[in-house]
Design a binder for this molecule. Structure first.
Ligand SMILES: Nc1ncnc2c1ncn2[C@@H]1O[C@H](COP(=O)(O)OP(=O)(O)O)[C@@H](O)[C@H]1O
Ligand SMILES: [Mg+2]
Length: 239
């Protein structure tokens, strides 16, 4: 039963020029799930998301709602319903908060619902509403990450890809951000694939997890299972 999958990646290889970073990655995401890919620095987490978006070379299969994306353009992957929040945020610093959200809706045809969505994400992230005419570049790191996520959600994606959203944020700010992600998944039904080094944060909202080591999936299972796994605990939970 793979037809209903939002994302189905099989035998994925990917890299840069002569360099192969992903050697064999298989993973899937079902509708409504939060799936996390855990991995140390350099494991290939960012490359995995870039491969899904077709911004690096790839081999293997990457299906989004059943359609093969390998060999297509990044724009086709976006049109298939994938929104990517890259590492280091991905907001337009010189645009206002409001303009960033408008830009995020550019792929949509249902223009009349765009304003309603802006109001929805403002209600979920009130700090963004308070700062709607401020330049994105003037926001704090946590606010910029909220904006990057709200901007991505403006495309009403079938799958939201988040690249280490906690990077560079203070622990309490990261926790708050992840609480928001959990609520957005539960209340708005947004399906997410999150790559993280911080397992404590990720396990708080994940349904399932994969561990990526040197470009290969070494372990996978439910978040509850992996949280009890000794190797995972030692490597990623510091216990
Ligand atoms: N543009 C690039 N050109 C060549 N190698 C790269 C490039 N970007 C990343 N790499 C290499 O790919 C490997 C995985 O990187 P990355 O996917 O960014 O890991 P992670 O996000 O898990 O920290 C690293 O060894 C890194 O040096
Ligand atoms: Mg990375």
């Amino acid at each position: 039963m793979t037809d209903g999958r939002v994302l189905d990646v099989q035998g994925l290889q990917a890299g840069y020029g002569q360099v192969t970073v992903l050697r064999d990655v298989g993973l899937y995401v079902d509708p409504g799930e939060v799936v996390v890919v855990l991995g140390a620095n350099g494991a290939g987490k960012t490359t995995t998301l870039r491969a899904i978006c077709q911004s690096v070379w790839t081999k293997g299969s990457i299906r989004v709602t059943g359609r093969e994306m390998r060999g297509k353009d990044t724009a086709d992957v976006v049109r298939a319903g994938v929104a990517h929040v890259p590492q280091g945020r991905g907001t337009f610093n010189d645009l206002t908060v409001l303009d960033n959200l408008e830009v995020g809706a550019y792929v949509r045809r249902d223009r009349k619902n765009v304003n309603a969505d802006i109001e929805l994400w403002f209600s979920i992230f009130p700090r963004l509403e308070q700062r709607k005419y401020q330049r994105a570049g003037s926001l704090s790191g946590g606010e910029q990450q909220m904006l990057a996520v709200a901007r991505a959600l403006m495309s009403r994606p079938k799958l939201l890809l988040l690249d280490e959203p906690s990077l560079g944020l203070a622990p309490l700010i990261s926790q708050d951000l992840f609480r928001h992600f959990g609520a957005i998944n539960r209340e708005q039904g947004v399906t997410m694939l999150v790559v993280e080094q911080n397992a404590n944060l990720a396990f708080a909202i994940a349904h399932r997890a994969y561990v990526l080591e040197a470009g290969m999936v070494s372990t996978s299972g439910s978040a509850a299972e992996l949280r009890e796994d000794d190797a995972v605990r030692r490597a990623y939970l510091g216990v």
